[in-house]
Design a protein around this ligand. Structure first.
Ligand code: HEC
Length: 478
């Protein structure tokens, strides 16, 4: 697409004054126009968030009028299309839309206008024509979805589970589906309740097309923010302790954070060399930890967006395979960390520990901040390792006290769910797990852990004994 833009721009620049422009190249809705809307407009103009009464996620909706009663797109007539008027850049350099953002660039505006002039046809290939999915047409399931993430709310009354195009909220007493939060991302990869319990964040996207950060008010079933980020699925969302920021990993190897009230980017860190799959903030919110397929765990200072340190060893072979799971250990009392005497200018940080795990199946506990000067190749932040699980670990979660953590793994079509004592390393293997497991969460009162994965079954286990308390299959009917 870049190349195509460049050619359009060059052709325009090369025209002698007064010469008639050649017929512009045929513009494709699917390849040229739709991606512009996905990146710049759909966050505010989708079924769950139709600002101005205008939806832009399907071709048919684009032709309809919004609140002002003017059709957004009138085929063949850009001058009568309200959408064109809204993206027009005024003399002051501003445009009505995208609201409160920089206007679209000249090339994007020309592509949209030319597409409308040429008849605004829908050239979406039949194979890519997705069934329309929104609150009135909820996703239909012929089989249970692969569950990529689940989490309890603050009082444990709800369990949020990822589905296709949606997040499903179950009542934990009745084990009944209560609420469906349906968005534009086909895949929701990761979900997290805000520390104050008021909001539910999700990241996901459509592979190879767009990434998205969603923030919901789950009580009101209202989508508060839908922000596009990069051109691919996002992973590993986490909240800052003050409920203000959301961090996540991207498949362009960056770690990013956005303002949770409006989706505006506030942090970007690019020293990972492969996809970033997990994030967590420090207790005080001043630092951000990220893990990824490059087998490393990295520390970033939030205020300056500065990469601080590799927390894991950077010696080749110290870790085998990528890291997917990360969770901060809740600490009973706030401790300050020791600082090496010979570290000039170092600030004392709040002492934090994190559990990480991934492809080699071995959970490891690390200190977040270095307490001794780095010796090349050392692994001095490591506190301890735990017995390996079969296969790869996709998720790990601490209990509220920070005394135990649960981890889930998958290998050759099978899965395992375990609870480890963080101090002694003693393990409990949970019973009757039937398939590969990708997600785990700890009930806030500690009496129950939930896990799920490939076969769409949610297991609820007693973490003390490993006994299966309940299980149910994620398969919304209707
Ligand atoms: C941050 C949110 C936001 C984004 C992003 C956004 N819009 Fe809007 N849009 C609004 C709101 C709010 C309104 C309602 C009118 C107003 O407040 O100006 C609106 C109204 C409109 C309307 C008029 C609907 C009607 O009939 O009243 C059109 C057309 C429109 N937007 C097109 C676009 C296009 C095209 C883009 C992307 C280039 C875009 N918008 C991006 C928030 C947004």
């Amino acid at each position: 697409m870049r190349i195509r833009y460049a050619i359009v721009a060059l052709a325009a620049a090369a025209l002698p004054l007064g010469a008639r422009a050649e017929e512009p190249a045929k513009v494709s809705y699917y390849k040229d126009v739709r991606p512009i809307f996905q990146q710049n407009c759909n966050g505010c103009h989708q079924p769950a968030k139709p600002l101005g009464g205008y939806v832009m996620t399907t071709h048919a909706d684009l032709l309809k009028p919004g609140e002002r009663g003017k059709a957004g797109v009138v085929a063949g007539k850009p001058a009568m299309s309200h959408l064109v008027e809204q993206i027009k850049v005024h003399a002051n350099g501003k445009a009505e839309m995208p609201k409160n953002r920089d206007p679209l660039n000249v090339i994007q505006i020309k592509l949209i206008t030319d597409w409308i002039t040429q008849g605004a046809t829908d050239d979406t290939p039949a194979s890519a024509k997705a069934v329309v999915v929104d609150a009135t047409n909820p996703p239909k399931y012929s089989a249970p979805p692969v569950v990529t993430a689940l989490t309890f709310n603050g009082d444990g009354s709800r369990l949020a589970v990822t589905g296709y195009h949606e997040i499903l909220l179950y009542d934990t007493a009745e084990l009944q589906l209560k609420t469906r939060l349906i968005g534009i991302s086909e895949r929701v990869q990761s979900i997290a309740y805000s520390p104050d319990g008021k909001k539910l964040a999700a990241v996901g996207g459509a592979p190879g097309r767009f990434g998205e950060v969603q923030v919901w008010n789950p009580e009101a079933e209202k989508l508060l923010v839908s922000a596009p980020v990069t051109f691919d699925t996002l992973y590993g969302v986490s909240w800052s302790p003050d409920n203000k920021a959301l961090a996540f990993g991207c498949s362009d190897n960056t770690v990013r954070a956005v303002d949770a009230t409006n989706g505006k980017q506030i942090l970007q860190m690019g020293t990972h060399s492969d996809w970033v799959l997990g994030t967590v903030f420090s207790q005080d919110g001043l630092h951000l930890v990220s893990v990824g397929r490059d087998m490393s765990m990295k520390l970033t200072e939030v205020g300056t967006q500065r990469f601080v340190d590799n927390i894991t060893s950077i010696t080749p072979g110290a870790l085998k395979g990528g890291l997917m799971a990360v969770d901060r250990r809740p600490m009973k009392e706030k401790k300050m960390q020791k600082i090496p005497a010979d570290t000039p200018g170092a600030k004392p940080n709040v002492y934090d520990e994190v559990i990480i795990a991934g492809s080699d199946g071995k959970p490891r506990l690390y200190k977040m901040h270095r307490e001794v000067k780095r010796e090349i190749g050392d692994d001095s932040n490591k506190v301890r390792e735990y017995e390996a699980m079969p296969g790869r670990i996709s998720a790990a979660a601490f209990n509220a006290e920070g005394t135990k953590f649960a981890a889930v793994s998958s290998l050759d079509g099978k899965g395992e769910v375990r609870v480890y004592d963080a101090n002694t390393g003693t393990k409990v293997v949970c019973e009757k797990v039937t398939g590969p497991t990708y997600a785990v969460a700890w009930h806030p009162a500690g009496k129950m852990i939930a896990s799920a994965g490939f076969d769409g079954t949610v297991w609820l286990h007693d973490p003390a004994t490993g006994k299966l308390l309940h299980s149910f299959v994620v398969l919304p009917k209707k």
